[in-house]
Design a protein around this ligand. Structure first.
Ligand code: MF3
Ligand code: CO
Length: 248
C-alpha cells in the first residue's frame, strides 16, 4: 500500500530532509585525505542531534552507525571505521534522519582531493541520472518512468545500473512502498500521485552491474571491484511537479 501524505506530513518530512541535507553539506566540506570515515560518522550524528533529529540508520536492522560511507568499489552500506581517506578516492555518503516520526534520506558521492577524469565523469553522470529520474516524478507518470530515465541516461555513457538495491517510498518509515528501481521499461508500476514521497537513488557502476555483500553482512561491493557512485534525494510528488526535499 502506498501511503499518500498530507501537506502537514510533507512539512515534517521536509524538516528531517533539511537536517540530512545540512549534514551532508557539512560532511562534503570535511572530506580530505587523512581523515577517517568514523570521524565523518561522528560529525553526521552530532549535526543531526544538534538540529533536533535522530539518526535514522543507527540500529535499523542492526546497522551499527549513523552514516553509510562507501569508498570506491563499495556500492552502498559501507560501515564507518578507522579507514583513512586517500587522495584520488571517491566516497559515497548516505544519511537519514527522523524528526517528529518522519524520515528524510539522501546521499552524495564526493571526491577525496583530486580524482581522475574517469571518476569525475562517473560522479557527474550518476548525479545527472538522479535528476533525469526526478524529472519524471510527475503526476500521471508511472514509477518505472523514473527507473527507465535513470537507466537510459547512465547506460548511454557505458555504465551499468545496480539491480539489487532500489529507491523507495518514505514517510513514517524509512522504507515504504513503492520500490523505485533504477532500471526497467517505462510505463510500468504504480501511477504517481500528488502526496507521494519517494527516495530516488541511482547506484551506477563503471564496470559490471553485479554486487556482492561482504562478510560484515552490510558492505556491498561491485563484483568486478570497479568504482561505483550513488546519489539520492527524497522528493515529494505534487500537482506542480516534483519537489526535492533534501535540496542543499
Ligand atoms: N539510503 C539507504 C536506503 O535507503 C540507507 C539504508 S542504510 C541502513 O536503504 F543502514 F539504514 F540500512
Ligand atoms: Co534510501
Amino acid at each position: 500500500m502506498i501511503i499518500l501524505k498530507s501537506s502537514e506530513d510533507v512539512e515534517r518530512i521536509r524538516a528531517a530532509c533539511r537536517i540530512v541535507a545540512g549534514a551532508l553539506a557539512r560532511l562534503r566540506e570535511a572530506i580530505k585525505p587523512g581523515i577517517t570515515t568514523e570521524s565523518l560518522d561522528a560529525a553526521a550524528e552530532e549535526y543531526i542531534i544538534k538540529h533536533g533529529g535522530k539518526p535514522a540508520f543507527k540500529g535499523y536492522l542492526g546497522y551499527p552507525k549513523s552514516l553509510c560511507a562507501s569508498i570506491n568499489e563499495v556500492v552502498v552500506h559501507g560501515i564507518p571505521s578507522g579507514r583513512v581517506l586517500k587522495e584520488g578516492e571517491i566516497i559515497g555518503l548516505d544519511l537519514g534522519a527522523v524528526v517528529d516520526g518522519f524520515y528524510g534520506d539522501a546521499a552524495i558521492t564526493v571526491p577525496v582531493g583530486d580524482i581522475s577524469p574517469e571518476l569525475k565523469k562517473l560522479l557527474e553522470v550518476t548525479e545527472a541520472s538522479l535528476y533525469r529520474g526526478i524529472e519524471k516524478a510527475v503526476t500521471g507518470n508511472r514509477v518505472s518512468d523514473i527507473s527507465n530515465a535513470v537507466q537510459v541516461y547512465s547506460e548511454s555513457f557505458g555504465y551499468s545500473v545496480v539491480r539489487e538495491f532500489v529507491g523507495h517510498g518514505i514517510g513514517r518509515s524509512l522504507h515504504e512502498e513503492p520500490q523505485v528501481p533504477n532500471f526497467g521499461p517505462p510505463g510500468q508500476g504504480p501511477r504517481l500521485k500528488a502526496g507521494m514521497t519517494i527516495a530516488i537513488e541511482p547506484m551506477i557502476n563503471m564496470g559490471k552491474s553485479g554486487t556482492v555483500i561482504m562478510k560484515d553482512g552490510w558492505t556491498a561491493v561491485t563484483v568486478d571491484r570497479m568504482p561505483s557512485a550513488h546519489f539520492e534525494h527524497t522528493i515529494a510528488v505534487t500537482e506542480s511537479g516534483p519537489v526535492i526535499l533534501t535540496a542543499a
